[in-house]
Ligand binder design. Structure first.
Ligand code: FES
Length: 317
C-alpha cells in the first residue's frame, strides 16, 4: 500500500504512432539504440513527461515479450487537463521523452480464471492480461464497451486472441454492457478485473466488492467529481499550517498552495504518488491504491482524490 520507491527514469524515443481507434493514438517507445528495456508485467504503467513538462501515467498495452519497445495508447479528451491533447497534437515521432517506470499497481493475482471488464481506453491494462492468460492457458473472458464501434480500441486483436471469449459492446447498437449478468455468470474462484471510467467502476465494485479495479479516467479526464461536496479543514502538522478545503477542490490542490513540492502525478487516485500519512481525523478514501478492505485501518491517504469524513484532517506534512 505504501508508495513505490522512485521508479527508474530514462529518455526514450517515440519510434512510431498509429491510430488504434477513433481518437485513440498508440505510441511505440524504444531506446534510441534499440536496446532492451526493463521487463514488465500486465497491469504496469509508465509515466511520460511531455514536452510541456506535464507528467502523465499510461498503462503499458503491448506485449511484455517485446523487450525492445513499450506501447501505450492515449485517448484524446478535448476538455481534459491537457496531457492527451498534447500527445495528439504534437509531432512526437522522432522525439525523446522522459519516461519513468514501469510500476505495477494492478497486477494479475493468482485465480482459477478471470473476468476482464473494460470501458473505452480502460482496455489498455487488460489487453496484456488477456495475452498473458492465454499464454498460461487459464480461463478468461473479456468485455469491452465503448460509445460506438469506432471507439473499440484493439477489438480485432482481442477477437483474434480470444474468439468468443471476447464480448464487444458498442453502446449505440447494444446499449450499456450488462455488468451484473457478466459478474453473476463468472464461476466461483474467478477474479474480476475492471478498468474504465468512474461510473463503470463504481457499478462493478458495488456488484462485486472484491473486484480489482484501476480507475482510468479517459486520457487525462476529470476526477474531481468525487470531491464535489462538503468543506473541511486540513492541518499540516509538521509545517504548522492550516487551510480550508472547499467543496469542489482537492486536498492536493490546497496543500500545493502551501507546500509546492508535495509529490503527485495522476491526480486520479491510482498512481500512489501523493500518498500521505494521516495523523488525526477520518479520511474518506476515494482512491484505488488502498484496497477497500484496508480502508478502515489505513494510516495514509491519496490526497489527490480522497477527502475527509471529519471536520478537521491532520496530515504528516
Ligand atoms: S497523484 Fe496519483 S494517487 Fe494521487
Amino acid at each position: 500500500m505504501s508508495s513505490d520507491p522512485s521508479p527508474r527514469t530514462e529518455r526514450l524515443l517515440v519510434r512510431q504512432a498509429r491510430w488504434v481507434a477513433h481518437e485513440v493514438l498508440e505510441l511505440r517507445l524504444t531506446r534510441s539504440d534499440g536496446g532492451e528495456l526493463p521487463p514488465w508485467e500486465p497491469g504496469a504503467h509508465i509515466e511520460l513527461t511531455l514536452p510541456s513538462g506535464l507528467r502523465r501515467p499510461y498503462s503499458l498495452c503491448g506485449n511484455p515479450a517485446d523487450t525492445r519497445a513499450w506501447t501505450i495508447a492515449v485517448h484524446r479528451v478535448p476538455d481534459g487537463r491537457g496531457g492527451s491533447r498534447e500527445i495528439h497534437e504534437t509531432a512526437l515521432v522522432g522525439r525523446e521523452l522522459e519516461v519513468a517506470g514501469p510500476v505495477n499497481r494492478f497486477p494479475l493475482l493468482p485465480a482459477e480464471g478471470y473476468l476482464l471488464l473494460a470501458g473505452g481506453i480502460g482496455i489498455t491494462p487488460l489487453l496484456p492480461m488477456a495475452r498473458e492468460l492465454t499464454m498460461r492457458g487459464l480461463p478468461w473472458r473479456l468485455l469491452l464497451g465503448a460509445r460506438d464501434r469506432s471507439r473499440l480500441a484493439y477489438a480485432d486483436d482481442l477477437v483474434e486472441l480470444g474468439g468468443d471469449r471476447v464480448l464487444l459492446v458498442p453502446q449505440d447498437e447494444s446499449g450499456l454492457p450488462d455488468l451484473a449478468a457478466e459478474i453473476a455468470a463468472a464461476p466461483p474462484g474467478h477474479a474480476v478485473y475492471a478498468c474504465g471510467p468512474t461510473p463503470m467502476l463504481d457499478a462493478v465494485t458495488s456488484l462485486c466488492p472484491t473486484a480489482y479495479t484501476e480507475r482510468f479516467a479517459p486520457g487525462d479526464g476529470n476526477t474531481q467529481v468525487a470531491g464535489a461536496e462538503g468543506e473541511f479543514d486540513v492541518v499540516l502538522s509538521r509545517s504548522g499550517l492550516r487551510a480550508t478545503v472547499p467543496a469542489g477542490r482537492s486536498v492536493l490542490d490546497v496543500v500545493r498552495e502551501l507546500l509546492p513540492t508535495v509529490p503527485y502525478s495522476c491526480e486520479e487516485g491510482y498512481c500512489g504518488s501523493c500518498e500521505t500519512p494521516v495523523t488525526a481525523g477520518v479520511p474518506d478514501h476515494r482512491d484505488t491504491v488502498i484496497d477497500p478492505s484496508e480502508r478502515a485501518t489505513a494510516t495514509t491517504m491519496m490526497i489527490c482524490v480522497s477527502r475527509s469524513a471529519s471536520a478537521v484532517l491532520e496530515l504528516d506534512l
